[in-house]
Design a protein around this ligand. Structure first.
Ligand code: F6P
Length: 500
């Protein structure tokens, strides 16, 4: 690692309690409000000096130019020779790409209007079939923002395990179901097999024109048409929108249909406001960049191998699994942009859950275990329910207490099993409420934080070649049966897949 990293590593690391005692003004520069979000990084070991080091590193890494290139629609995904234009989907970026995204959104809206007008017959259920980025985003938004009045019942089916599809269709009437096949490439085996089985389910139920009930959400419209979807029901999006960054495009179709177009538009607007913040705010006041400093500090200077995200809000319970793909598929890399080996660890393992449940399951390790885990708490000031306000109060009290306990710790010289070392870092993100606008801003914040981390490490966050080898081997097991594999794999195949 370079000289600045050497400097960061050499700096003294006073405990969090000492930092607060000696630097009472830290709340002022380590908290930040941006639209409906408020960030608090004060319970981390970042100090003015460490931030100054990171600002120097930011310059040295060419952050400003990299960010400009991202928003200009330059081919920042250098290994695939493509731009990464998710922000254009929300109106920020290359002018032509923004115009194209707007046109495709209008097309999506027109189809939604037609569906609402029953042009495709009665629709009560939406079976969204997709995997990875073609599932996790829509699933998160629908789960977070649906209230009891949702007009459609939506099931997102991703796993190739037939049990997933079987459970979803068991609840649905095939004559009142719309199938949304979501796949950027329209080749992903899991999705194509699930889509074929969903069509069979309709055929067996006597649905007259099953393909007429399919909407394709894809960057490969020709493949969708070849597969049998009429052009009028293909909702394309641009090749430059990466799978895990695609919920803003037509991949968000089931969310736009189920939540209503206004909500979808507010989600995009919330994200666009975060885009502008990320593009224009000074580095020392830039939320995604400051969050990346925290990530880099713990992973690269302190050797943390994981980070944990706990949503203290049931509406955001799917956020940790969404972030797992965003962060680990983007930044779980071993080479830099130029192909040379990375000069330090890259993405940590992202994991998490919901509070308060996690307190009664995994927090023991966070308080007394031997693993360094920077924790992120996310909560909403407004509750998502109409029950006695005591519920929401208890939720927030617990959230804030955990951060304080992790930091403060508690000595116990008499009984070490009851001692808490403390000095354990956490970040808190408070939303005004879980609205479409706030959720859009929150997700865009995580996208840009992932990008900022990648720039600081010199890696390309927009490819994912690591997933290909397993797919290749699965294909050859299918094609070659038991022949060409190691003894362990061959034995497993012989046992569970007789006949190869
Ligand atoms: O295999 C990984 C991956 O390519 C992800 O990056 C992507 O989100 C997912 O598969 C689904 O891909 P597609 O949208 O092309 O079906």
């Amino acid at each position: 690692m370079n000289a600045i990293w050497g400097q960061i590593a050499k700096r003294q690391r006073p405990s969090l309690r000492t930092i607060f005692d000696t630097d009472p003004g830290r709340l002022a520069y380590l908290t930040l409000s941006q639209g409906p979000l408020r960030f608090d990084w004060s319970k981390t070991h970042l100090t003015k000096e460490v931030i100054a080091d990171f600002l120097a590193l930011t310059d040295e890494a060419g952050f400003a130019a990299a960010r400009d290139a991202l928003f200009a629609g330059d081919p920042v995904n250098n290994t695939e020779g493509r731009a990464a234009e998710h922000s254009a989907e929300r109106g920020e970026g290359n002018v032509e790409s923004v115009a194209r995204a707007r046109m495709l959104h209008r097309r999506m809206r027109a189809l939604i209007d037609a569906i609402e007008g029953e042009a495709l017959g009665p629709v009560r259920h939406i079976l969204h079939i997709g995997i990875g980025g073609s599932a996790l985003g829509p699933k998160l938004i629908i789960d977070a923002l649906s209230d009891d009045g949702a007009r459609y019942e939506v099931a997102v089916v991703s796993n190739v395990d037939g049990t997933a599809l079987e459970q979803a269709i068991a609840r649905f009437d095939p004559h009142a179901t719309l199938i949304a096949v979501a796949s950027k490439t329209f080749t992903t085996t899991e999705t194509m097999l699930n889509a074929a089985s969903a069509i069979n389910w309709m055929v067996e139920a006597g649905v007259e024109d099953p393909y007429g009930r399919v909407i394709a959400l894809t960057a490969a419209p020709e493949r969708a048409m070849e597969w049998g979807v009429d052009e009028t029901r293909v909702l394309p999006f641009g090749e430059t929108v990466g799978g895990r960054y695609s919920l803003w495009s037509s991949i968000g179709f089931p969310a736009a249909l189920a939540l209503g177009w206004d909500a979808f538009e507010s989600l995009l607007e919330g994200a666009a406001a975060m885009d502008r913040h990320f593009r224009l705010a000074r580095p020392s006041e830039n939320a995604p960049l400051l969050a990346a400093f925290v990530d880099q500090y713990y992973v690269r200077a302190m050797g943390a191998q994981t980070r944990a995200v706990f949503a203290y809000d049931e509406r955001l319970k799917l956020l940790p699994s969404y972030l797992q793909q965003l962060e680990m598929e983007s930044n779980g890399k071993q080479v830099k942009r130029d192909g040379s080996p990375v000069d330090g660890p890259t993405a940590p393992v992202t994991w998490g859950g919901v509070g308060t449940d996690a307190q009664h399951a995994v927090f023991q390790l966070l308080h007394q275990g031997t693993v360094l885990v920077p924790v992120e708490f996310i909560a909403s000031i407004e509750p998502g329910n109409l029950l006695d306000p005591a519920h929401h109060r208890a939720l927030l009290v617990n959230c804030f207490a955990q951060g304080a306990a992790l930091m403060r710790g508690k000595d116990n010289d008499v009984d070490p099993a009851r001692a808490y070392p403390g000095d354990r870092p956490s970040t808190t993100i408070l939303l005004d409420d879980v609205t479409p606008e706030a959720l859009g801003a929150l997700i865009a914040f995580y996208e840009h934080r992932t990008f900022a981390n990648a720039v600081l490490m010199g890696i390309n966050p927009f490819d994912q070649f690591g997933v290909e080898l397993g797919k290749d081997i699965a294909r050859s097991i299918d094609a070659e049966g038991t022949g060409a594999f190691d003894p362990s794999t061959r034995a497993l195949i012989d046992l569970a897949l007789p006949g190869g």
